[in-house]
Design a protein around this ligand. Structure first.
Ligand code: 13P
Ligand code: SF4
Length: 342
């Protein structure tokens, strides 16, 4: 890959146009023109270098709006991003999301270069279980299929039978030929998946540091303060929260719900980046966010994204041993096979 620390230099007109492009979008989020002027040289250079290096940016919906609207080529949930990663034609993928998502892109595209801008972009779920834990679970529950959430390391995916995301977990678990299923690592999701699939789900005890913070009382308060509001909760929330929501699912599912519903007001019980995205994309509806930030997602910014384009250091490049990658890919391929909505 061609990289250079020399900045491509924008003309005055380039920057004026970039400020206008950003301001048109960001004013919905109450950004001022001055704030757009501050980031315009960065977004301009990132977009320029992407073209020069034949690179694309895949970003999760929890990313900051300046990443989503300033530089991303595709924005989505874990499932959408994994599908998109398979279709990328560029030589390099810059992943503005968390490490397990970048790893998934690499597993699906071993020949491409995958870079992650921040080394802080972990995930409390992915860090909550090891490959050895899966081997022990299999010994405790012989003959039981193992479905692992995509929020896991490549090594964990390699030990599972099928990978799932919040967009397809219910569909896939229902299709598995067993009344009992091991689901790892999210404790709340495991408890939600029992009633949602009608199966006996056993699993693990990891939690998402963001979704673990929401309570049933908060949801009830929202309902009492906003008549007609629709409450959308992520599958990683505690079952007591899910029970009082109007919709439960992935961030992609929530976006679809808001865009297609005839209701006018929505509360998103998930990381607050999703609300920021939807305020821009669906300006005619009222979106209430949560103000709970994922520090891992938010460790990515325009500066470190530009840095990996200027001069990536080896730690930012995702590498997975081929013995692990091949087996992890089989779990992901099984997921694609069992998911109806492509
Ligand atoms: P989604 O796949 O629903 O976007 O979820 C990803 C995630 O990390 C939720 O916290
Ligand atoms: Fe992981 Fe939770 Fe952050 Fe999603 S929001 S990346 S599950 S810690």
């Amino acid at each position: 890959m061609k990289t250079s620390i020399l900045s491509p230099s924008p003309s005055k007109t380039d920057i004026v146009q970039e400020v206008e492009r950003l301001y048109k979008i960001m004013k919905t989020l109450n950004w001022t023109r001055e704030q757009c002027e501050l980031i315009a040289p960065l977004t301009w250079e990132i977009n320029q270098r992407k073209k020069e290096q034949n690179a694309v940016i895949l970003a999760h919906s929890y990313q900051m709006p300046q990443v989503i609207f300033g530089v991303a080529d595709f924005v989505g949930d874990s499932y959408g991003l994994s599908r998109q990663a398979m279709e990328v034609e560029a030589d390099t993928i810059i992943f503005c999301g968390v490490e397990f998502m970048a790893e998934t892109a690499k597993i699906l595209n071993p020949e491409k270069r995958v870079l992650i801008p921040s080394l802080e972009a972990g995930c409390s779920l992915a860090e909550g279980i090891t490959a050895e834990d899966i081997i022990n679970l299999r010994n405790q529950h012989p003959e039981t299929p193992v479905a692992c959430y995509v929020n896991t390391s490549a090594a964990v995916k390699a030990e599972c039978d099928v990978c799932v995301t919040s967009a397809n977990a219910v569909e896939i678990i229902k299709k598995l030929d067993s009344d009992k299923v091991i689901f790892v690592p999210d404790k709340h999701m495991m408890n939600n998946l029992g009633p949602l699939t009608g199966k006996d789900i056993v699993g693990w005890t990891a939690e998402c540091i963001v979704h673990n913070q929401f309570t049933k009382e908060q949801v009830q308060q929202l309902r009492s303060e906003h008549s007609g509001i629709k409450i959308l909760a992520h599958t990683e929330c505690d079952p007591s929260v899910v029970m009082v929501a109007d919709f439960v699912g992935s961030t992609g599912g929530m976006i679809k719900y808001v865009k297609t519903s005839s209701a006018e007001k929505f509360a998103l019980i998930t990381e607050c980046g999703l609300a920021e995205r939807l305020k821009v994309e669906v300006p005619n509806k009222t979106i209430l966010g949560s103000c709970v930030l994922c520090p891992h997602m938010k460790s990515i910014n325009l500066e470190n994204t530009l840095q990996v384009l200027r001069s990536p250091s080896p730690e930012h490049e995702i590498e997975i041993p081929s013995t692990v990658s091949t087996r992890a890919k089989a779990s992901l391929q099984k997921m694609f096979e069992l998911t109806t909505e492509k």
